[in-house]
Design a protein around this ligand. Sequence first.
Ligand SMILES: Cc1ncc(COP(=O)(O)O)c(C=O)c1O
Length: 309
Amino acid sequence: MSDQRVHAIWLNGALVDARGPHISVTDRGFQLGDGLFETARARRGVVIELDEHLERLYSGCAALKLNIGMLPDQLAEAIDELLAAEQLGGTGRDGSPIGDAAIRITVSRGDVERRGLLPPDFEEVVATVAIQAWPYAPTTGEARAITSSIRRDPASPLAGVKTTSRADYVYARLEAARAGAEEALFLTMDGNLSEASAANLFILRSDQLLTPPISAAILVGTTRTWLLAHAERLGLVPMEEEDLRPEDLLEADEAFLTASVAGIVPLVEVDRRPIGTGRAGPRTRALRAAREDWIDAMSMAALLPEPPD
Ligand SMILES: Cc1ncc(COP(=O)(O)O)c(C=O)c1O
């Protein structure tokens, strides 16, 4: 049976019909990809690592001198409003199903009718802010990757900024799709491993957990940061500061990708060559389960009443 409900998105202060119309043709996001975005996971109506996502969003706004025009708390309230309207915030307490959602916050510089990359009054423009939410069911899939022909430049000041200018990433995914793979890996200009088109990359070598360093033109993922912080508790030795070469991936025992919504996803093949056994490894599966358990525990803890002072 199809869902007859009218779905909503949150746009510039109000819930509106998701079918649109929404924003102007002169919006800088549409014209120039002049914007930023975040994707996050929510469980039981609790946005996981919300502070980390908002911190990255606001520091991206500062880097691009983009006037978001909202405080982080207002953004958090807007997400709550949308999750409630979309019936995705179920806590599971009152017999309601537990809500699992993927959330996207998109911020563009806003609507600017004047032509040009940087019109004189650009600092006065107030951003367009949109929030979308979708039901999310965690999957247990595996990913195959190709190496993209696009290289990442560690010297770029935008390497770690999550802008909506994603043509490179879309191109890389087209390369992957043509080769029958789900993901594309980027190398840096000097041939080191960087990251995937929508995820960070990790390698397991015995009990050592390796990942390209921040200097390898990566987005500093929230899931990556979580994993490095929790690695020892999970029985691994984190070794993040090593440059990694493509051969390291092929010689790894296991490899996986990390992102907020997809979680920890086994990477089983690169350029049609198997990594490890060519199937999801036991350590990767255990890490994935540990992350899911942590998300569940965090969502429950956030719903507990505050202890009295
Ligand atoms: C290019 C890229 N790298 C890494 C990540 C992982 O970041 P996070 O764990 O914060 O979702 C993403 C997530 O979308 C991404 O697009």
